[in-house]
Design a protein around this ligand. Structure first.
Ligand SMILES: [Zn+2]
Length: 335
């Protein structure tokens, strides 16, 4: 079952407003390029638009009814006049585009209309791109092409110039939280994930990942010993942190997790507890927030951001972490 207009409108309001206007004015383009990060709903919107183009009982002359035989066949992936091309291995090959053209040379089975979606369009080989270009140059009145990509810069300019380009924005955190909960993520965990990535699939993957669960525990442990004494924090780096956070990307994620703890403390001090991301640690964090100042928290957050810059500049990660721990502890009273 595909997503409904209302569901997708929450994710991509601007995109849907534009498509709604085109549908109502019957000015749908012959070719669209949907570009934007993974997980932003490009394929869902493609299928939605396809349903709107075929639907026999459009609601308010733009929304598909979801129940006519066109809508149902598109939802179940077996409409004879809708073709989806996806990479075969690492690329979209010229044969795939030729097959598509052969299909289109035939008359529409159900109607005169035909729609094709090309997923990961940047993966078309050069010959596939050239073949598609010829196809786009001779548009039939009843054919709509939907090209989907996360990397528009990798698409031939001659193809881009024939498409109406529609940009899909990354999901804002509050929408992400809602989406994650709808996908079964615990409501206490969703806010944290929404701060780490704006990619729904990536957030869902992190949610089920053992490495990530362990990473969170280590970060919370490091935070706790940071308040105890300098020696113990160094021990935790040795015993837990270095073993777990090895790749640069993993270290960045660890530092992001740490940064979010300090942000939470700041939110508590500012009386904005609704913004907390470590919801499960609320009580402990409230206690900690009593023993520090806003100025100190913001210095500690700057130190973490500085550490991330050093990491990008290829500083030795162990040295970077040791400096960070000392910096975070500056001005501590070690109770
Ligand atoms: Zn319908």
């Amino acid at each position: 079952m595909g997503k409904t207009w209302e569901q997708i409108e929450e994710l991509q309001p601007t995109v849907l407003r534009m498509l709604k206007n085109s549908l109502k004015k019957q000015r749908v383009a012959h070719a669209y390029l949907f570009e934007g990060p993974k997980g932003t709903g490009k394929k869902d919107v493609g299928l939605l638009l396809t349903k709107s183009l075929f639907c026999e009982s459009l609601i308010e002359s733009y929304k598909p009814c979801e129940s006519c035989h066109h809508c149902r066949r598109i939802n179940s992936g077996n409409h004879p006049d809708v073709h989806i091309v996806e990479p075969d291995g690492s690329s979209i090959k010229v044969e795939q585009i030729r097959n598509l053209q052969a299909e289109f040379a035939k008359k529409g089975v159900e109607s005169l209309k035909k729609v094709y979606l090309i997923v990961d369009a940047e993966k078309m080989s050069t010959s596939a791109s050239n073949s598609l270009l010829k196809f786009l140059e001779e548009p039939s009145a009843q054919t709509v092409a939907l090209l989907l990509t996360e990397h528009p810069q990798k698409i031939l300019p001659t193809i881009l110039s024939r498409c109406q380009i529609i940009t899909f924005e990354p999901l804002p955190p509050n929408v992400m939280v809602k989406q994650l909960i709808e996908h079964g993520v615990n409501a206490n965990k969703a806010p944290l994930l929404s701060q780490l990535t704006n990619n729904l699939e990536e957030a869902l993957q992190l949610n089920g990942d053992d490495w990530f669960a362990q990473a969170q525990k280590i970060v919370v442990k490091l935070y706790e010993v940071l308040n105890k004494n300098p020696f113990e924090a160094m021990v935790t780096l040795q015993s837990d942190w270095y073993q777990h956070f090895k790749e640069k990307q993993q270290i960045h994620l660890g530092l992001d997790l740490l940064l979010l703890i300090f942000k939470d403390l700041l939110y508590i001090q500012l009386d904005k507890e609704e913004h907390l991301v470590y919801k499960g640690e609320r009580e402990r964090l409230k206690q900690a927030a009593l023993n520090t100042s806003g100025r100190r928290l913001s210095n500690q957050m700057s130190a973490i951001l500085e550490a991330k810059r050093k990491l990008d500049a290829n500083m030795n990660p162990q040295l970077m972490m040791e400096q960070l721990v000392l910096k975070i502890q500056e001005g501590s009273t070690f109770v």
